[in-house]
Design a protein around this ligand. Structure first.
Ligand code: FES
Length: 146
């Protein structure tokens, strides 16, 4: 008898189940305080591919927040996806909501453009880090390629 090797989907599922381990994160859910002494948002960028689910979950002309993954994804035009780390560059809170093509951090009121990560309203003064994203078999895969 032979043992089947794990397929690509199994590997992706395994990566997804490792959750925060793939991000190198611990305890980034809460704000680390006011001021500019927050955690480095680059720590929120996945280091392995992460399956975010059906691409159809992100509305055309809108955004979706994957708070548990610390990612925000927008689809400004059909089939054009943009992804960013969702850890606020002000003091390390995870974004709390999205509306159309904007992401909000209610810790201190920063707002970000989810098409390019740029700050729309401070106190944050640095953009969200961009994350590679692609569609495979109708599913969004964020993070580096294989
Ligand atoms: S952590 Fe202060 S505005 Fe987001």
């Amino acid at each position: 008898m032979s043992t089947p090797s794990p397929g690509r989907r199994t590997v992706l599922r395994g990566a997804a189940l490792t959750g925060a381990a793939g991000f190198g994160l611990t305890g980034l859910t809460a704000c680390s305080g006011s001021g500019s002494g927050g955690r480095d948002p680059r720590q929120a960028v996945p280091t392995a591919p992460v399956d975010l689910g059906p691409a159809d979950d992100v509305p055309v002309g809108g955004s979706r927040l994957y708070r548990e993954r610390r990612l925000v994804v927008s689809q400004p035009t059909r089939g054009d996806f943009k992804a960013f780390g969702a850890v606020c560059t002000h003091a390390g809170c995870v974004l709390t909501s999205v509306k159309e093509l904007e992401g909000d951090c209610t810790c201190h009121g920063s707002r970000f453009d989810t098409t390019n990560g740029e700050v729309l309203t401070g106190p944050a003064n640095a953009p969200l880090p961009e994350v590679p994203i692609r569609v495979e078999g109708g599913r969004l895969i964020a993070g580096p390629g294989d």
